[in-house]
Design a protein. Structure first.
Length: 286
């Protein structure tokens, strides 16, 4: 499995180590296992060292030959988790943007605590229709995706209901530069910034903005990421969508979020930064 994700590679290696332990516990050599199930002996070694991704049938054959067929189900579940860690955009969006937006609805609905850091864009829960449409139009053009922008925009807007329903909580951190990145033209940007002011007062939303002049000695900008409770982290890369479930990596993102939050302005100070950005947009419009 080729992937830029260190998390995915580590998880694949962990699966290989577990299969190796099963083989050793059964007192079976790699050569013998490969011969008994009809593989070249090098396949056993490659699986155990995380260089080859086993199929579900491979795992079933491995466990059956080692006398532990009951362990196959759990190991196959681990395999599916590995395969789901990194998904290329072209695979995720091959049927259009609407479906890609819908795929995350169940995750949004079951999450209670959202922690969102974005160094580039205002995030989905507090976006306006015009801002969403401008973003998705750009994505569709860059990735040659089927044109279903209107439907995809509506799905993203519909997801925002979780901001107002139930006990969901959104802790959002933005770099101040996000307020100055023009998306969709001055009118769209002014409307988006105005809505961000409004959203910052929602009971479910905590908005922090890291000022441009913040001392970044202890924590510099990192890739944008979302934390869903303490169970999952997602990050958007140029090439695809990364899902992280390893507890120690989730802890690293939690620590990064805490450090970034310590640098952020809140309340009246955050609103002042937004207001200055609105004034800059208004000035650009003449």
């Amino acid at each position: 499995m080729a992937s830029p994700s260190s998390s995915a590679r580590e998880a694949l290696q962990a699966l290989g180590r577990r299969l190796r332990e099963i083989r050793i516990d059964a007192n079976i050599t790699g050569r013998r296992l490969g011969g008994d199930v009809g593989w070249h002996e090098s396949k056993v070694s490659k699986i155990e060292h995380g260089k080859t991704t086993p199929t579900p049938d491979d795992i079933r054959a491995w466990c059956a030959r080692c006398g532990v067929p009951e362990q196959a189900t759990e190991l196959i579940a681990s395999l599916h988790a590995v395969e789901g860690m990194f998904v290329e955009w072209r695979r995720m969006e091959r049927t259009g943007l609407r479906q890609a937006q819908q795929q995350v609805v169940p995750l949004w609905e079951r999450t209670r605590s959202f922690r969102i850091y974005n160094p580039r864009l205002i995030p989905g829960p507090v976006q306006t229709r015009a801002y969403i449409a401008a973003l998705l139009t750009g994505l569709a053009a860059r990735r040659s995706i089927p044109d279903d922008i209107e439907a995809a925009t509506q799905v993203r807007l519909d997801k925002q209901r979780v901001v107002h329903e139930g006990d969901h909580r959104f802790a959002i951190l933005l770099e101040e530069s996000v307020l100055r990145f023009p998306i969709g033209g001055p009118e769209t940007m002014a409307g988006q910034l105005g809505y961000l002011l409004t959203a910052s007062s929602f009971p479910s939303v905590s908005l922090g903005i890291v000022p441009l002049d913040a001392d970044r000695s202890t924590m510099w900008p990192v890739e944008g990421f979302w934390m869903f409770d303490d169970e999952t982290v997602t990050a958007e890369l140029v090439s695809g969508h990364l899902t992280i479930t390893q507890p120690h990596e989730i802890a690293m993102y939690a620590d990064a979020f805490r450090r970034l939050a310590d640098l952020a302005a809140y309340g009246a100070d955050a609103r002042a930064l937004i207001t200055r950005a609105i004034e800059a947009v208004d000035h650009s419009r003449g």
